[in-house]
Structures are given as structure tokens and as C-alpha cells.
Ligand binder design. Structure first.
Ligand code: FE2
Ligand code: FE2
Length: 215
């Protein structure tokens, strides 16, 4: 029996996964579509607004790092070709979100979270486990994640108010697509998660967003 093909495949996959993780974590991914922030001139932002907007976008970048890992973990675990193909579009859009948010953080003079490797590893593991639970739960987990992200982004829009139109444009663009991702997961047969699971997810998200606002 020839095992060389298997080991070569595994090694290739490991290298590919590692390369992807590094690009995601260090914000080097490039977007397929231009950022909703557009080319327009920067609002006359005072220092406090600029700092706050950069920190909010750092939090959102962390969320997108997690989304990359979740979708990736689920794609590896799921054996259903139909679901994998349907989620591919969402995963590609998540890559754009990742790039747009990193770009906006840099434009505002901020930096990305040093905890990104931790968020990526944790989310990848959660995505992989969710992917093993069976299709309906797996999709239910994705739908709930997207729904919580939608609400979280709404909170950022309310906090920014009418300050910083370019940051708002990025957040609004992402929010529209997160809603679409939720509907995709629902249309594929997502099961609603029990309240205790939703609550646990909200707690984990609060920990991530609080920490990444600062570090
Ligand atoms: Fe996203
Ligand atoms: Fe999404």
C-alpha cells in the first residue's frame, strides 16, 4: 500500500492552512472588492474620535479573524458538498471584511490586536467541533454567530453616531452581508440553538470584544 500520496496531501494541506492562518492573523489578506469606505476625503476627525474608531475597527477585525477561522474549520469538517459550496461565497465575503477592517484600522492610525493568533486558534477549534456536530447544528451555529455579529455592528453604528462617515460605510457594508450570511445558513436548514448555547456565545464574544478594544 502506498501511503506517500496521503502524507503528501496532509503536508500540503498543513502548509496551506498555516499560510492562510498567517495571512489572516497579520491582516495581509487582500480584498476582491474595494472597501465601502471609498476613495473620499477623510472627515475632519478629532484625536479622540480617531482613537475610538480605530479601536472599534480593531474589534471588528478580530471578529473577522474569528469568522475566517470558523468558516475554515467548518469547511474542513463538513462532508456535505452542497453546504460547502453554499458557504464558500460567504467565506469569500468574510475575506473582504477582514481586509477592509484592517485597512480602516491602519488609515485611522491604529494597530491590529496582538491577540489575533489566539482568536484564530480558538475559533478554528470551535468551527471544527461545530462542523462535526452534524449539518443542522453546524449551520445553526453559523446562523447564530452571524446574527450576533449583526447586532454587535449595530452597536458600533450607534456609538459612532454621525461621526466618521468612512468607518460607518465599512461597518454598514459588512452588516448587510452578515445578514445575508445568516439567511444563507437558515435557508440551508440551520437549527435554532438552545438559549444556553446562545448565551455562552454572547459571553465569549463579550470577552473577545472587550479585550481587543484595548490590546
Ligand atoms: Fe464578516
Ligand atoms: Fe458573516
Amino acid at each position: 500500500m502506498d501511503f506517500s500520496a496521503f502524507s503528501r496531501f496532509d503536508l500540503d494541506r498543513c502548509v496551506l492552512e498555516f499560510d492562510r492562518a498567517v495571512r489572516v492573523v497579520f491582516g495581509e489578506a487582500s480584498a476582491r472588492r474595494p472597501s465601502p469606505a471609498g476613495e473620499g476625503t477623510e472627515d475632519n476627525l478629532d484625536a479622540a474620535t480617531r482613537r475610538d474608531a480605530a479601536a472599534l475597527m480593531r474589534v471588528n477585525h478580530c471578529g473577522e479573524v474569528c469568522a475566517q477561522a470558523l468558516y475554515q474549520g467548518q469547511a474542513l469538517a463538513s462532508s456535505n458538498e452542497r453546504v460547502r459550496t453554499a458557504l464558500e461565497k460567504a467565506a469569500n465575503e468574510e475575506s473582504d471584511h477582514l481586509s477592509w477592517s484592517a485597512e480602516r484600522v491602519r488609515e485611522l492610525g491604529g494597530r491590529l490586536s496582538v491577540l489575533n493568533p489566539l482568536w484564530y486558534a480558538g475559533s478554528f477549534a470551535i468551527g471544527y467541533v461545530a462542523g462535526r456536530w452534524g449539518e443542522e447544528w453546524n449551520l445553526g451555529f453559523l446562523a447564530e454567530t452571524e446574527s450576533q455579529v449583526e447586532h454587535h455592528l449595530q452597536g458600533h453604528l450607534e456609538r459612532l453616531g454621525n461621526r466618521d462617515a468612512r468607518t460607518r460605510a465599512v461597518i454598514e457594508g459588512m452588516q448587510l452581508e452578515e445578514a445575508e450570511h445568516r439567511r444563507t445558513a437558515e435557508s440551508l436548514g440551520a437549527r435554532e440553538l438552545p438559549e444556553v448555547a446562545k448565551h455562552g456565545m454572547r459571553l465569549a464574544a463579550r470577552l473577545m470584544t472587550t479585550l481587543s478594544y484595548w490590546i
